[in-house]
Ligand binder design. Structure first.
Ligand SMILES: [Fe+2]
Length: 238
């Protein structure tokens, strides 16, 4: 099993605080049956350069890999980033460097506001002109900002991959897990084949690794075949 979206590298963003927390998160992932993890720390173009980000990420990754050499039963880590949308990104030269290691998969976080025509065109450009395979991070979290459904539909109609967060399947109806997001995630699962699941874990408390719980809900609602589809699809992509 693969966790595609995590903030598991220590001290690099608002995710894991230190190596101790990283190891505890990796143990939790292992206990849930996860064998590979994409480390996807936040990249914000307005805060730091790509070069600076990559240097820090690679150093943190190297530290974790040294620890993992002593703990061989923990999941393996694949380098990546969660890239927040920025104006003109479609032409940024270093975009391929932010893809998941060894692939052309770019995990893209869209703004939590009404999407615009400019954004649709940028995503389209990255797919068609840059040859990137776009994975839209936690799609269920944006819909409530999209009063203009046309733009939302145009982005989802592009040949891209939808990533859903595990939390949208768990404890639905609570303040932290609005029912709307839960229903949307289930609907997207039923309507789209190209879907990847990620925990988007940040810590061991309110945003802990949760794929086992999420998968149990999905299995109950849509059958084991849906889980097999996930695994087939993500293995093909990576
Ligand atoms: Fe994230």
């Amino acid at each position: 099993m693969i966790d595609f979206h995590t903030h598991i590298l220590p001290g690099i963003d608002d995710g894991s605080r230190d190596m101790d927390m990283t190891i505890r998160m990796l143990e939790a992932e292992r206990d849930q049956g996860v064998s590979h993890i994409c480390a996807t720390p936040h990249f914000y173009a307005h805060r730091r350069s790509v070069e600076f980000f990559l240097e820090r990420r690679n150093r943190a990754l190297e530290d974790v890999r040294q620890e993992l050499a002593k703990l061989p039963d923990l999941p393996l880590i694949i380098a990546g980033a969660e890239v927040y949308y920025f104006r003109g990104m479609e032409r940024a030269e270093l975009l391929p460097e932010l893809c998941i290691e060894g692939t052309n998969l770019l995990l893209l976080e869209m703004p939590f506001e009404q999407w615009t025509d400019e954004m649709v065109k940028a995503v389209e450009y990255m797919i068609q002109r840059r040859g990137l395979s776009i994975v839209l991070a936690h799609v269920e979290r944006y819909e409530r900002f999209q009063k203009d459904k046309d733009t939302w539909n145009r982005i989802l109609a592009l040949p891209l991959t939808i990533q859903l967060n595990g939390e949208s399947f768990i404890d639905a109806g609570s303040f932290l897990r609005p029912n709307k997001e839960h229903k949307l995630s289930l609907r997207l699962l039923a309507e789209h084949e190209d879907i990847i699941l990620g925990s988007d874990c940040h810590n061991m408390s309110d945003r802990a690794p949760n794929l086992a719980k999420a998968r149990a809900v999905i299995k109950k609602k849509q059958g084991i075949e849906r889980l097999e589809k996930f695994d087939y699809y993500i293995n093909k992509m990576l």
